[in-house]
Design a protein around this ligand. Structure first.
Ligand code: 2NL
Length: 356
């Protein structure tokens, strides 16, 4: 190989090894193999070489070109690998690090309370029935034996909606009883359902909200009697409050849709607010045997079918169980209140926990 080719070879190989990065590598490549590169220039000058020396020099130039091309590609591969190593080292993830805490939502105490009611009655064999918030006044009042002159029907307590259905005025349901009317009219007994849901009354102060929640329950079968009602309600209350010997009292009362009707009281301490002992009584729910007229309104023969029903306010029993003093924050979406009174999303609903 002639001296000028040997020099080009040595210098290029040395410069390649010294090229610190892909930029330096690329300008070196262009300087040797590019359009006006050193080797390209020598190839172009071949024509001016004397014919007797041209063949040998041409062959030497081509060998040099092949060698340099290979060396240049090899250097690129080495630089690429080094760049990847640097990046991998810089971007390494330490999988032993604990995860960063993320804000987590919580279950609203109303939802949680309804889940607990569902879990307890579910274990007794009750299913869940739901219905629309907008009802007609026959399902909300008439079918339940609530007379037209009843104060609950007056405009001051009930939200009446524009329009009508089958000649009946539309209302926002004032209780979840219309769901039970739908259930009795829609399926054959035996029936065991609870009906949790949103209810509406034109009432707004510290202890009343125009929107609130109720859970009613209904069992219809042959030969259902007051003993079944008392057994289910006492078991429910003791399970819900987690107090095995919770005192429960049934006090005779009146509802148009049940006969006989009973208010249910639990033992508590009026001074401390503690549920359980204390010698005082607190009204907690209403109950009774479904009125024969209500059964007949649903197409059931009262001589064949009987049943019991009950109803409770979800906010009220949630406040008592959880020690929540004020009704209004339930609907204010205050994150501090929700974090304080909310429940972990994946915690299962309690089921007969705390019973001795
Ligand atoms: C209360 C009282 C009660 C019912 C609700 C009911 C439903 C049908 C037939 C008969 Cl379809 N009764 N529901 C019965 C007794 C009491 O609730 O104080 N609720 C907060």
């Amino acid at each position: 190989m002639s001296d000028d080719l040997e020099t080009l070879r040595t210098e290029t190989l040395a410069a390649l090894q010294a090229a610190p990065d892909l930029r330096a590598w690329d300008s070196l490549r262009v300087g040797v193999l590019g359009k006006s590169g050193a080797l390209t220039g020598l190839l172009k000058g071949l024509g001016a070489v004397a014919p007797e020396a041209r063949r040998e020099r041409g062959a030497a130039l081509n060998r040099l070109k092949a060698e340099l091309e290979e060396a240049i590609e090899a250097r690129k591969a080495a630089l690429d690998a080094a760049a990847l190593d640097t990046r991998l080292a810089a971007e390494r993830v330490d999988i032993s690090q604990p995860p960063r805490p993320e804000p987590q939502g919580s279950i609203h105490p109303i939802s949680r309370t309804m889940e607990e009611i569902h879990a307890i009655f579910g274990a007794m064999g009750f299913g869940v029935a739901e219905g629309p918030d907008i009802e007609d006044d026959w399902r909300n009042f008439g079918a339940l034996n609530i007379p037209g002159h009843h104060p609950a029907r007056q405009d001051m307590d009930t939200f009446y909606m524009p329009g009508e259905r089958d000649g009946h005025r539309l209302v926002l349901r004032t209780h979840t009883s219309p769901v039970q009317i739908r259930t009795m009219r829609g399926q054959e007994p035996p029936i065991r359902v609870i009906c949790p849901g949103r209810t509406w009354r034109a009432d707004h102060d510290a202890t009343h909200s125009p929107m609130f929640h109720q859970c009613e329950g209904l069992a219809i079968d042959r030969n259902i009697h007051l003993g079944h009602l008392k057994g289910c309600v006492v078991d429910f209350l003791r399970s819900f409050f987690g107090i095995a010997n919770l005192p429960v009292r049934f006090r005779s009362s009146y509802f148009p849709f049940t006969e006989p009707s009973m208010e249910v009281d639990i033992g508590w301490n009026r001074k401390t607010g503690d549920i359980g002992g204390g010698g005082d009584w607190l009204e907690i729910m209403g109950s009774g045997m479904v009125h024969p007229k209500v059964l007949a309104n649903c197409g059931l023969d009262p001589r064949e079918w009987q049943g019991f029903a009950f109803g409770m306010g979800v906010e009220r029993i949630a406040m008592l169980k959880l020690g929540i003093p004020d009704l209004r924050p339930f609907y204010e979406a205050d994150l501090r209140w929700l974090r304080h009174y909310g429940f972990a999303p994946l915690a299962p609903a309690m089921l007969h926990e705390g019973l001795a």
